[in-house]
Unconditional design. Structure first.
Length: 264
């Protein structure tokens, strides 16, 4: 795939993997749409991307609010006829035990990670079909492949993304719609800092595993390479990815590790 002049919409673009993807794709002289809630940070990302040669549009977006999603979509399609690549990256993690977590917190995680992603996809998909094709990139997580302590709602929301977009890929193959499911492991971002606790408050702590994780720019390069090759499902990370294979091929070992491993 030649990315030059492609229109790429990235959610959660103000930091982490989203920002890294934007900066990497900017060097291909793309047309970037950067979305999230922090407009100040998005404008900084925009400035850095434009210095690399990209054309950028910043669009405010709250994935938990359907009105915000509809408004953002209208704004995007005022400036662009269609979107070539939609990157559903925006999301929130969790650090709390299921037994002490109110259902409202679980719903917040799902509204952001799952329903927000599919709501935005439904806005973009008809335009892609009309144009003759498109590519949807979904940033999931390795815990979308297996369960892990203190991540009940987060893991469940990522499992849901896997099932939804696997099914969507099968449905939309005749319309030339590609889907790449990305499952990152520990990537050095602020995802643990911004995770919510049992009260729905900000966790505010950088997990040790996260701090020692793969740099976000390295992760972004791997994702973009997978999109270029039209990969359907990829894992990105280091040794933590072994848990996926343990879960599949050595389940007894996986169950023992998941029950005893330090979750941070």
């Amino acid at each position: 795939m030649n990315f030059q002049n492609k229109t790429i919409w990235i959610t959660g673009a103000s930091s982490g993997i989203g920002e890294a993807l934007a900066l990497e794709w900017a060097s291909y002289k793309t047309k970037l749409i950067l979305s999230g809630r922090n407009i100040e940070k998005l404008n900084l990302v925009k400035k850095n991307c434009e210095q690399k040669g990209a054309h950028c549009l910043v669009v405010s977006l709250d994935l938990t609010d359907q009105k915000s999603i509809t408004k953002a979509s209208k704004e995007v399609f005022t400036h662009h006829k269609s979107v070539d690549i939609l990157v559903n990256n925006g999301g929130i993690s969790q650090r709390s035990m299921a037994i002490e977590t109110p259902i409202e917190v679980d719903r917040k995680v799902f509204d952001t990670n799952f329903f927000g992603a599919i709501a935005l996809t439904k806005e973009v998909l008809p335009k892609m079909v009309k144009k003759g094709g498109g590519h949807i990139v979904v940033i999931s997580s390795v815990v979308g492949k297996f369960g892990f302590p203190l991540r009940t709602a987060y893991s469940a929301s990522k499992h849901a993304l896997q099932g939804y977009f696997d099914s969507l890929r099968a449905e939309m193959t005749p319309d030339n719609i590609k889907v790449t499911m990305v499952s990152p492991g520990r990537i050095y971002t602020n995802i643990s800092v911004n995770a919510i606790d049992k009260d729905g408050a900000k966790h505010g702590v950088m997990d040790t595993g996260q701090a020692n994780g793969m740099p976000a720019d390295v992760c972004a390069k791997k994702i973009i390479r997978a999109v270029r090759k039209k990969k359907k499902d990829i894992l990105v990370g280091r040794l933590e990815l072994l848990m996926v294979f343990f879960r599949k091929y050595l389940p007894v070992l996986y169950y023992r590790m998941a029950s005893n491993v330090k979750p941070t």
